[in-house]
Design a protein around this ligand. Structure first.
Ligand code: HEM
Ligand code: HEM
Length: 145
């Protein structure tokens, strides 16, 4: 599970980055919101949702999450990170991607679809990178490999 979760991280991050770059190109280049744009943004959304499900399973089986009670975990920055901060920040990021995708889906004009993806997915990337930089494992570190 840790290995799968570790690998899906790359799909979520690179998917979001490419979605943002293409949506910026669409927004500022006044391009039509193409089928390709939609598929890419959807694949990014789905990877984030799968990451949520795998993360939740991992949460219940992870030795580091279950090493201490909430009260004890609060006093240790590593235990607190995995018990509380990682999950909370990542859920916020996944919610941002989900809101962005559904708002973009409901928007009528192409430029608005592109702009919504660009803004919400960028915010999600910032939260994910911030969370991973707090993890002590680096942005691309893999202990689960
Ligand atoms: C705990 C698990 C999950 C939760 C809480 C969740 C929640 C959501 C929510 C709130 C939406 C937005 C609905 C909307 O506003 O249109 C959504 C959309 C979606 N989710 Fe999930 N999801 C979960 C797991 C998954 C999984 C495992 C997959 C795929 C393997 C998935 C695929 C999708 C797709 C494809 C959409 C977008 C459909 C569309 O609007 O075109 N989700 N999900
Ligand atoms: C965008 C979403 C997420 C990303 C990018 C992400 C990324 C990561 C990364 C990179 C690791 C370390 C992997 C390794 O050491 O090889 C990790 C571990 C973990 N993640 Fe996530 N995660 C996300 C969402 C979540 C969510 C929503 C949860 C819980 C509901 C969660 C729970 C965990 C747990 C329990 C661990 C393992 C700690 C351990 O036993 O070492 N993650 N995650």
């Amino acid at each position: 599970m840790l290995h799968i979760h570790s690998v899906i991280r790359f799909i979520v991050i690179f998917g979001s980055v490419i979605s943002v770059l293409l949506s910026l190109a669409g927004w500022f280049g006044n391009k039509e919101y193409s089928k390709g744009n939609k598929i890419l943004n959807l694949v990014t959304l789905i990877s984030a949702h799968i990451q949520l499900v795998v993360g939740l399973i991992l949460y219940f089986i992870s030795p580091i999450v279950n090493a201490a009670s909430f009260g004890e975990a609060m006093k240790d920055s590593t235990l607190r990170y995995w018990k509380v901060e990682h999950m909370a920040m990542m859920v916020v990021a996944i919610v941002l991607i989900t809101i962005g995708y559904s708002k973009s889906k409901r928007a009528l004009a192409s430029v608005e679809k592109h702009r919504t993806i660009a803004i919400f997915y960028t915010l999600a990337i910032i939260v994910v990178l911030a969370a991973l930089s707090m993890s002590g494992r680096g942005l691309f570190g893999m202990t689960g490999a």
